[in-house]
Design a protein around this ligand. Structure first.
Ligand code: ACO
Length: 422
């Protein structure tokens, strides 16, 4: 076993730690015995140098801009397979055969209905409620309707629990949207595929025909695939943190939804379009680039930068290509696109962005496609939730099978007063 020795230069004492190797990627120093051996903690706000678990689900090489789910390149999955293939892959650790996919697809369709009682929850929200607020509450409430998933033991039960949430999240997403507009709820249509069904539940009017074009299904399905998993990001770490306490899986997913909501994470897609609309015209781009570079201005170029990718986000590359291919068919807003392309051009050649390795991320392009699909801004992060639900639940299952997992309980460097008297 490879080891590393650290020397405390205050007293010259040396401590040895094992180095664990992954199948690919950086080695990790096993510091689990650090406190016991040295009486010290590590200090790593934001966990920039910390591996919180072992995982065999997703691999990211941020320097090269690579992303693989269960060993498969994201570009192959996004261009050659559907979102449901990817869900099966993540959950079952293998790509499905045709028969397996057909059975999985039918199971997801049949599980897409939610308890009639759950619909009542949506009437409690004010008209102004943001769909993400309704979504996280509804997913949390789902744990009351399927409480039996709290104590899962058999493999089959893990799969039922996972497929249930995967199937119901689009239905809850559509209910959140329709409630925010005050329009009648639409039941899932099991004649339709996963992605088509979601568009149907969003758009349909009772007893009227609903037009959903293949190009729209393809675009949204690709977006779902690209969002399906992304190892230990903020929302997934939240799901794992909640799961580590033994909470209900749907409560953990609800917590993940709330973590995703923030603008530094999944909420960025909503902010990107809001920002493009605010910038408005190509001639204003330079002014906003200047603001983004100003250290005294907290304005950030939304859709740029990533904690892990210090190169083009591979998901952004795929979406940019999709945007190029489908912009006419989808009817992408040409003015917004022009502003976005100008920002991309300026940022990719500007010293400030180059030096900090700030590239466009997935959110920079997804909003343009979602807008063309007539999905309102307030629902962009919900789209992310639908795609990511499979990743969260796969991580939840992995954690529950991991014998080394403990309750997530970091320590701190205390900086308050030592002791005060009343
Ligand atoms: N615009 C302008 N400057 C930026 C941007 C940006 N979008 N992102 C980072 N920087 C600058 C910072 O000001 C900092 O500069 P400094 O070194 O001079 O102080 C430097 O780049 C490093 O930034 P950090 O915030 O330390 O980087 P971190 O890795 O912690 O943050 C993050 C990554 C949160 C994604 C950040 O780049 C950001 O806020 N981007 C905009 C929001 C966004 O698009 N989020 C979506 C992420 S992708 C996803 O969740 C799917």
């Amino acid at each position: 076993m490879a080891t590393i020795t650290i020397t405390d230069n205050r007293d010259g004492k040396q401590y040895e730690f094992d180095i664990l190797s992954p199948t690919v990627g950086p080695d990790v120093i096993d510091i689990r015995s650090l406190y016991q051996k040295t009486g010290m903690f590590t200090y790593d706000p934001g966990f920039t140098s910390t591996a919180s678990c072992s995982s065999s689900i997703t691999y990211i090489d941020g320097e090269k801009g690579e992303l693989r789910y269960r060993g498969y390149d994201i570009s192959d999955l996004a261009t050659k397979r559907t979102y449901l293939d990817t869900c099966y892959l993540l959950l079952m650790d293998k790509l499905p055969s045709k028969t397996e996919l057909a059975a999985f697809d039918m199971e997801i369709r049949k599980r897409s209905f939610v308890h009639e009682g759950l619909k009542n929850l949506f009437y409690a929200f004010p008209d102004s409620a943001h769909p993400m607020a309704m979504m996280s509450s509804a997913v949390s409430a789902l744990s009351a309707f399927h409480y039996e998933h709290l104590d899962i033991k058999e493999e089959e039960e893990f799969q039922i629990m996972a497929r249930r949430i995967l199937a119901k999240i689009p239905t809850l997403a559509a209910l959140s949207y329709r409630r925010s507009l005050g329009i009648p709820f639409i039941y899932p249509d099991i004649e339709r595929s996963f992605t088509e069904n979601f568009l149907y539940m969003m758009r349909a009017y009772p007893s009227a025909e609903t037009l959903i074009r293949d190009v729209e299904i393809k675009a949204l399905d690709t977006i779902f695939t690209l969002h399906a998993e992304h190892e230990q990001n903020a929302s997934t770490s939240t799901v794992r943190g909640v799961a580590s306490t033994g909470a209900h899986p749907y409560a953990a997913i609800s917590a993940g939804i709330n973590a995703l909501w923030g603008r530094a994470h999944g909420g960025a897609n909503e902010s990107v379009i809001a920002q493009l609309e605010m910038i408005g015209t190509v001639d204003k781009v330079d002014e906003f680039i200047k603001k983004a570079k100003d250290p005294d201005d907290d304005f950030r170029l939304m859709g740029f930068g990533h904690r892990v990718y210090k190169n083009f986000d591979p998901r952004a590359k795929i979406l940019k290509q999709l945007l190029d291919e489908l912009k006419e068919d989808l009817g992408v807003d040409s003015e917004l696109l022009e502003v976005a392309m100008r920002i991309e051009e300026v940022a990719l050649t500007d010293e400030y962005f180059i030096k900090r390795k700030l590239y466009p991320n997935i959110d920079f392009y997804s909003g343009l496609i979602l807008t063309a699909l007539k999905i309102p801004k307030s629902l962009f992060t919900i789209i992310f939730v639908i795609g990511r639900s499979v990743g969260w639940i796969t991580q939840w299952i992995e954690l529950r099978h991991d014998k080394e997992m403990k309750i997530a309980r970091p320590r701190q460097r205390y900086t308050g007063p030592v002791s005060k008297k009343i």
